[in-house]
Design a binder for this molecule. Structure first.
Ligand code: AMP
Ligand code: MN
Ligand code: MN
Ligand code: MN
Length: 301
């Protein structure tokens, strides 16, 4: 896969041109991880939502990119697909997600990282399964594995199994009662993951020619002091951008994230983190980068 150049990256995505020429969404999932749509169905949905530029950023896998790109080429669909990934990392006991954008999917360093992360996912899934068996759900691992198929197995698959089998009333409750961690408080089937470090994720993304973006900084339940520490650590390890716009963010949160970008000289990204159709968010909806932000895609031209 060739990286973007000025030639194949037309001025469709000038800052805030999203609505005139199509929208930009740089964070989405398919059934190659815990999204519910196939890459092809995601592309069809992106067309319906007038997306001009879309990044597929599945958890610790790039398997969706080739499938989606082939479909786009075959059907001559006017979407610029950005190759992406969302890497789970461990930092100070927190799980921090680093999105890699515009990566060369054939790069050996990113592929090596993916192999290691997949091993960590598999091991964790086995242990989650053992813990859930002790909670009275002996088939949880088997069922979650079946649901994940060939894709990255995630806690969302376990949550879906518990929900579909009627053991919890919502997927959120599966996290609240079994799979999750709130502060220092871990639930019965929580397993400490063995993810790579932020530095390792950023290094592999850079080796693959991509940009490293801290995903959804508002979602880590960090105090202002700890969030600043995290952003400083990310910057010290050559991180490039923060996701400053998610559909659910209020204007004050967007302003706070923009201020961090300006203070630490970081670029800005935006995305829906779309997993499956729901009432609250969809591809490209409610996403506009503030005027003062340096868009992450400015790094690609
Ligand atoms: P994993 O990467 O295996 O830890 O799986 C985490 C995924 O589960 C996230 O990417 C979300 O899509 C989903 N999820 C849904 N609700 C929660 C929650 N309350 N806490 C953590 N993850 C959640
Ligand atoms: Mn997810
Ligand atoms: Mn995430
Ligand atoms: Mn995501």
């Amino acid at each position: 896969m060739a990286l973007l150049s000025t030639i194949d990256f037309p001025p469709i995505i000038k800052k805030n041109d999203g609505f005139a020429h199509g929208r930009i969404d740089l964070h989405s999932h398919t059934h190659c991880s815990d999204g519910s749509l196939s890459p092809q169905t995601l592309i069809d949905r992106a067309v319906n939502y007038q997306i001009a530029v879309l990044a597929i950023t599945d958890h610790d896998t790039i398997a969706g990119f080739d499938i989606a790109q082939e479909y786009i080429s075959e059907k001559n669909i006017p979407i610029k697909l950005i190759s992406g990934i969302e890497v789970s990392t461990a930092w100070q006991g927190f799980e921090i997600h680093i999105v890699g954008l515009n990566i060369n999917t054939e790069n050996a360093a990113i592929q090596q990282l993916i192999t290691e992360q997949q091993q960590a996912r598999e091991q964790r899934a086995v242990t989650i399964g053992e813990k859930l068996a002790k909670c009275g759900f002996p088939d949880a691992y088997h069922d979650a594995k079946k649901l994940a198929g060939e894709g990255s197995i995630t806690r969302a698959h376990f949550a879906k199994v518990l929900y579909q089998q009627g053991h919890v009333g919502t997927m959120q409750k599966a996290f609240d009662q079994y799979l999750g961690k709130k502060g220092r408080n871990t639930q019965k089937a929580y397993v400490k993951p063995t993810w790579c470090t932020i530095e390792e994720a950023v290094t592999a993304i850079h080796a693959a020619g991509g940009s490293a973006v801290m995903a959804h900084p508002i979602r880590y339940d960090l105090s202002a002091k700890w969030l600043r520490r995290l952003i400083v650590h990310f910057k010290e390890n050559q991180g490039d951008a923060l996701e400053v716009v998610l559909p659910q963010m209020n204007p004050q949160q967007r302003q706070t994230m923009l201020n961090y970008c300006l203070e630490y000289d970081l670029h800005a990204s935006m995305g829906s983190d779309f997993h499956h159709p729901n009432k609250w968010s969809d591809l490209g909806r409610n996403l506009t980068l503030p005027d003062e932000a340096k868009p992450v895609w400015a790094m690609w031209t």
